[in-house]
Design a protein around this ligand. Structure first.
Ligand code: GLY
Length: 573
């Protein structure tokens, strides 16, 4: 177990805060009405990117499972009904809170570089990046982590056998589901890539290679068989035996470098989540190899020195943008796989460090990123999914899982039904060379055998003495800024439905510009920010697919909301 992350923020909480948190754990499900404490029952909730996945989790909760069993069911169902975003061929992070003892942990089920991977594997003999090499074809695929997470969740934290929790997904894969517009759009976007893989084309295109109509029933019998192998044999059903042999044969036939040993050696790692404090709220978020937690906490630390309420809206947004700029810069320089590199996490998350960063922020003027020293380069992908679960006992899961870009590589090794990720593209293929999203990074995130690439996935819990929120989103580099804005909005009293639909703005250090969604900035704010020196770009698309659950301890009220930009649903029952 690797968990050497200690974050001094915990020690820096105000004295009363520890008590508040202790009370929270003991009394969370109880209302405090004078001296009478009546239990306030609360309902379970699931928010995910597609209704069939939320329903799969609901089915497992109704069968006596807990939030962790439901997380298995939701992840597996998403692998079937939202294959563009996550799946058995991918990985991710599961942030867990066990209510009985307040235990919190993060399951790191991130993909690993194969054993034969090397630092310059995507460079030509002149040292130039080979176009698409880390995105297309089986060479772009890391060793998946999601199937291992299923077994780990079920065995260590769940109540039900994997055989039961995987049933809804097996049924959806075997009997099929009706194609919906958002997935159809993804298939259209990736059609040429899917056509290069006979099994992927068979699963997602018509017999003549076209995009199916909305409503067409998509059946995935090979995926159902692979899920059944996991249901019957646990992780071994994927990482050994027939499925592993087919995966390795398919990968190598497509130019990849996986071995049976790579698969057999894959393990989920439990890591301590990062924990910080912001104006009395406790923030629990993903630790490296996610950069999300550290970037969210660093941003909040910087902002904690400002009384945001006292500023006009443009200045408030300017300060949040300046905090993002600094946090993304550090993300780019310092972060990577904790099993391979040493990271100054204590420094990056300390209030003293944040005070130093804050001192370079002017309330009336943007600071050009070029004036913040020191940078190389690193990439992060874009398509991913997030779901949130709260069960009636108070156990909770925030899970962000991915195959990286839409449909990952788009390659499906024959007979497996498994789409391979292209998460190798989240490594720095060459320091100094920005990825397609313009993110920059460093040698900390260079490729090495068995290393996990740096991620932006940021599953997060936000707790106050009054209630809590489970939050996360897909969106590549934008995930961190969306989770930051969601956190600030929750702490400002916004409800779950408004948090998920909030129009976002984003700054990631480089490129040195503020990207914003329609409606995120008023005309007056645009003018004020431009006058301060910010370069603003209206995004041509909407980002994210945030899934939020909130729980008010006093009333027991639970809300679940799914981002209206997507087709998901938040269920409370
Ligand atoms: N592949 C997206 C991320 O991990 O940030």
């Amino acid at each position: 177990m690797i968990d050497s992350i200690s974050v001094p923020l915990q020690a820096r909480r105000p004295a009363g805060f520890a008590l508040a948190i202790a009370l929270l754990f003991v009394c969370a499900p109880y209302a405090q009405a004078d001296d009478v404490r009546a239990p306030v029952r609360h309902r379970s909730a699931i928010a995910s990117a597609y209704p069939l996945a939320s329903q799969a989790g609901q089915e497992i909760l109704a069968a006596g499972g807990n939030a962790f069993d439901a997380a298995v069911a939701v992840s597996a169902a998403l692998a079937v009904v939202e294959p563009s975003s996550s799946g058995l061929g991918g990985g991710g992070f599961y942030l867990l809170h066990r209510q009985s003892d307040g235990y919190e942990t993060m399951l790191d089920a991130r993909e690993k570089a194969p054993g034969a991977a090397s630092r310059d594997m995507y460079l030509d003999k002149h040292g130039n990046v080979i176009d698409n090499a880390s995105i297309s074809g089986a060479l772009a695929a890391g060793i998946p982590g999601e199937p291992a997470a299923f077994e780990y969740l079920a065995r260590k934290y769940g109540k039900l056998p994997l055989k039961q929790s995987l049933q809804p997904a097996i049924r959806l894969a075997r009997e099929g589901f009706a194609l919906y517009a958002r997935l159809q759009g993804g298939i259209r976007y990736k059609r040429q890539v899917l056509l290069r893989s006979a099994d992927a084309a068979k699963a997602f295109l018509t017999a003549d290679g076209n995009v199916p109509e909305v409503g067409t029933v998509i059946k995935q019998p090979d995926l159902a068989n692979t899920l059944e192998a996991i249901a019957n044999e646990g992780a071994k059903g994927f990482y050994a035996g027939r499925v592993a042999a087919d995966l390795v044969a398919g990968v190598r036939a497509d130019g990849g470098i996986w071995t049976l040993q790579d698969l057999a050696a894959y393990r989920v790692i439990e890591r301590k989540p990062l924990i910080g404090e912001y104006h009395g709220a406790r923030i629990v978020s993903a630790s490296p190899p996610s950069s999300g937690g550290i970037a969210v906490l660093d941003s909040l630390n910087i902002l904690s020195g400002f009384d945001l309420k006292k500023y006009d809206s443009a200045t408030r947004k300017h300060l949040i943008i300046e905090a993002m700029r600094r946090a993304y810069r550090d993300r780019a320089i310092y972060l990577g796989d904790p099993d391979f590199i040493k990271m100054p996490l204590a420094q990056l998350s300390s209030q003293d460090y944040a005070a130093g960063q804050r001192s370079s922020i002017r309330t009336d003027k943007a600071m050009p990123s070029a004036l913040l020293p020191g940078i190389e380069s690193e990439p992060v992908g874009m398509q991913t999914t997030h779901f949130s679960v709260l069960d009636a006992a108070g156990n909770r899961v925030a899970a962000t899982i991915s195959v990286n870009l839409y449909f990952g590589t788009g390659y499906m090794p024959p007979k497996t039904g498994v789409l391979l990720n292209n998460t190798m593209d989240d490594f720095s293929t060459k320091p100094g060379s920005p990825n397609e999203f313009g993110l920059v990074g460093a040698t900390a995130n260079s490729i090495a055998p068995n290393k996990r690439s740096l991620s932006s996935m940021s599953p997060t819990f936000v707790e106050t003495p009054k209630g809590m929120m489970i939050v996360g989103s897909p969106g590549g580099s934008y995930i961190i800024s969306m989770v930051l804005l969601g956190t600030l909005n929750y702490l400002d009293g916004m409800n779950a439905a408004d948090i998920v639909k909030y129009p976002h703005y984003h700054h990631q250090y480089l490129p040195d510009e503020v990207d914003y969604e329609k409606g995120a900035l008023t005309d007056a704010e645009i003018k004020a920010l431009q006058d301060m020196g910010h370069t603003l770009t209206l995004s041509g698309r909407q980002w994210g697919n945030m899934q939020v659950i909130t729980w008010d301890y006093a009333s027991g009220k639970v809300d679940a909301a799914s981002d209206p930009r997507g087709e998901g649903v938040g269920l409370v029952y």
